[in-house]
Design a protein. Structure first.
Length: 147
């Protein structure tokens, strides 16, 4: 019988790996990651570039539920050990929208936070950064540099 000191880390690693597979971020060894499946929505008419860049034109909540909730939970408090808890007020990489945008876009090396720059559009990442930041009620609202 294995000791519990081995089983717990192995279980946590299994959960982390499963979350990557479910989120579409992991691929078998030697294969490129699968592209994200588009959400089943009716096509929207083309919008001017300035309007498409505003975070309000993207459904950040739906993106969060599809891509982030598996690790960060429905309330942003974190589900897995070592995963950021947004309502907790501890922002390791900065609490400004641009800081959060960078973490979502580029990921965090040596953590389970993988980059989404090849999966999400820049306007989706910007909207998601605003949405994630809104979990921390202690922060004052911040306007986007694109507004």
């Amino acid at each position: 019988m294995r000791s519990s000191s081995f089983v717990r880390p192995a279980f946590a690693a299994s959960i982390a790996f499963a979350s990557f597979v479910i989120c579409g971020q992991a691929a078998p060894v030697g294969q490129a990651p699968r592209p994200a499946k588009p959400a089943a929505q009716a096509p929207k008419p083309a919008k001017p570039a300035a309007q498409a860049a505003k975070p309000g034109t993207v459904n950040a909540e739906a993106i969060y539920k599809q891509r982030c909730q598996i690790c960060h939970g429905p309330d942003g408090a974190g589900v897995l050990p070592g995963v950021a808890s947004f309502p907790g007020g501890e922002w390791k990489h900065g609490s400004r929208v641009q800081d959060i945008d960078k973490v979502i876009r580029d990921g965090v090396p040596a953590t389970t936070m993988t980059p989404f720059k090849g999966v999400l559009k820049p306007e989706e990442i910007a909207a998601l950064a605003h949405y994630v930041r809104s979990f921390d009620k202690k922060l004052k609202p911040e306007r986007s540099s694109r507004d």
